[in-house]
Each structure stands twice: as C-alpha cells, then as structure tokens.
Design a protein around this ligand. Sequence first.
Ligand code: 6PG
Length: 463
Amino acid sequence: MKTEIGVIGLGVMGKSLSRNLARNGFKLSIYNRHVDGKEESIAVDFKREYPELEQALPFDDLNAFVQSMERPRKIILMVNAGPAVDAVLGSLRDILETEDIVIDGGNSHFEDTNRRIDSMKEQGLVFIGAGISGGEEGALKGPSIMPSGDQEAYLKVQKYLESIAAKDGDGNPCCTYVGRQGSGHFVKMIHNGIEYVEMQLLAECYSILKNQRQSNDEIAMVFESWMKDLGSYLLGITVEILRKKEGDKYLLDNILDKAGNKGTGKWATVSIADSGEPATMIPAALFARYLSFFKEKREAAASVFSTIGAGDDISTLRLKEAYQFSRIINHHQGFSIIARVSDQNNWNVDLSEIARIWTEGCIIKSDFMKELVEHLKRDDSILFNEKLSQIIKKTYTSIQSAAIECIRRELHIPCLLEAINFFHGIKTANSSANLIQAQRDYFGAHTYQRIDAPPGNSYHTQW
Ligand code: 6PG
C-alpha cells in the first residue's frame, strides 16, 4: 500500500504539519535525514510518540521514502529556507519521476521559488511554493496557507492543503491559490512585514505606558480593554505576556531588549525598495529591531545625552486611537505592496481573498482583517475606503497629539511616527519634490517636467 503524501523535515513545524495531516486521515510518509550522533531515527521516534501517526511510514532513507508514495508523488518540504531547500531538491531530483510535486512550506524567498519552479519544470517536475503562517500551534491545529505556482498542479494538492488549513468564520479553508510563480511566498513575506509592524506598534504603546509609570499589569489591563474594538491575535498574546510572572517577578522585565529576526522583514524591505511602493512602516519596524541590537551603543549614548523627557501624559483613549490609526496605515501599505508587485508580475493576486485567508490561522489574524475582506472586494486601496477614511479622520488628532507628546518625552516610536508621517505625505497634493528635481537638473542635467507645459516633455536649464 502506497501513501498519499509525504513530509520531509521533522523540525517543529514539520512535525506539527505531519500530525495535522495524519489527524485529517491522510496516509503519510515522513522523512528526516540521518546525521550520525545528531539526528538519528528522528522519524521512527516521532511516529512512536504520537498515536495519530500509527499508520504513518517513517524513513531516514530518501529513496525508500520516495518509493513509498503513490504517483504523482506529493511531498511537503519543511526544511530551513535557503541552501537546505536546494540541497534536498538536489537529492530528490535524481529519484523523483515526471509530474511529481514538491511543495516548499518554508519561509523561502519568492525569487528562489521562481527559480526552483523553472528548474524543476525543465525536468518535468512540479514545484509549489506555499507560505505557511501560524507558528507551531497553527501548523498543528490549522495554519493559513498561501500556495502558488502552476495552477493545474495545485489542483492535485489542493485537498490536502485545504484540509489541514484553519477555517474562516464561514467554515472555508484559510488556504487559497495565490497566483503564478513564487507569489505565495511573496505574500507570506509581506504577511511577516505587516507582522513586524503590528508587533512594533504594540511595543511602542507599551513603551509609552511604561514611561507613564504604568505597571505591566496596568498595561495589560489597558490592552485587554482594547480587545473589544481592536482585537487581534498579537494584542491577545501581548496581554498574556505582560501578565506572565516567574515567582513574584514579571518575566518580561527580565528579557533582554535586543529583538532578533530571521530575515523575512529584511526581504520585505528590499522588495518594497525594488518595487517603488512607499510602504514605509515595514522598513521602520525592521530598523527598530536593528537599533535594538545596539544595546551597548544605546547605553553609551544614554550616558552622554541626558533625557529630560517632559511631556503630558497621553490618555489611554488617545493612545488607542493612535494605535488604530497606525494599524490602518500599516494594512494599507501592506496590501498596496502586494497589489503593486502583483501588477508588476501579472500575478492577479486577489487582495480580498488574501485578507480572508489571513482571518484565521496566521499571526496577523484580527477583527480588522475580517473587516478588510469586504472592503478589499470594493476598493484596492484601504486608505480610500469610505468607512476607513472616516476612522482615519476621527483618530487623526489622537495620533497627532500622541506623537507630539512622545517627541517631548524623547521616546523612540518609529512606527507610530511613520504612520502619521506617511499620512501627511500621501495627502500632500503639491509636494517639495519640485526642488529635488531642480537640484538633480542643476548638478546632473537630469531634466525635469513642467506644470505649465504638456506632460512628458523634459526640460533642462543652465542654472
Ligand atoms: C508566521 C511567522 C513565522 C515566524 C517568522 C518571523 O507567520 O508563522 O511569521 O513565519 O515568526 O519566522 O520571524 P522573525 O521575527 O524571526 O523574522
């Protein structure tokens, strides 16, 4: 008896996904490499540990693993993004047969996915890039899945991915065919960018309340009260984090303030720059993490430059509205970059569908995301949605006064500031870029266009 589907790579995510597949009744082959003294009989031990894997076939021999599956084979790759994916594909290529399908469920770069799709195709093999969000728990209980590549081949794996995915409010799977090429991994990368900003905004609100002498429990209470109108997974876990104690001490207070990253925020920032879309909050969140890493420099600068930090307290209502304003701008920018790159590559990504598969299973699931599903059916731009533009107008004075007080208090709030700054920029009908054009023409004869002449004509002046 051959199995229906296989999983390669039994790290945390691979294991959870395998259990999810098995719980959904699929006949499964599982494989983990053998490395003497380091990774030994991983698949066999894993199968023993969980009753739902009773029917699963465990392997540490790649050839035997591949031969155990019915054709066309369907293999989900859950290995680290980067060279590890190419290494496994290199070994698989010699064993797989025409029309076999490999699904990369890691956080791969979408351009790597483009390349892999093409090179596998040359050999008659199919490669599908699938962004998967939701962490360990999501992978086990239902992640949000963003697959892309050849649509016909996708139909052959659709039932597996849809079965293991989270379900939205209407019971539909949080899994959709995103588009051609590596569009699925691109969309997942932007998901992570939005995630960076949502996390950073919460960190900034926390820093403001902390600066206003609120205890972790008090901050947790404030955030908890926001759940009713602005509920999200990230807000919810932040409340729990704030309350977590070790003995009589808050755990959070003992965590070193250096934020790590695994690279998707950096890739998103590079893509934003490449695409020409002014999605400015993701870079701001990324650089906030980078800055956090300079702990020793920050300590040295703190001793050189004293902080006076006088400013009025920001009320929790104002802060809530500033946070709400910033989240709208974050989602506006996130969906705009997806729309822009989708257009540039003819991917035809359906923004409302992306919002829908992000309503459950993923890290940025939120009540706001649920609202966006409808909004994005009508308007591509969140900023110009009638209801949201009303909220932006209503909350504007709150972010303005919060930003002013934060500057007076000398607080580092890059994402809150970027939200209001972007907003000022996007609603400036006549900007100062005329001066930039004049400067470029002055020193480099780069030419400029005139507003008193037909568009498209270029002019140069001997300054
Ligand atoms: C998810 C997460 C997940 C992970 C990333 C981001 O959607 O499940 O985004 O992919 O948390 O690795 O990690 P960094 O913060 O380390 O870049």
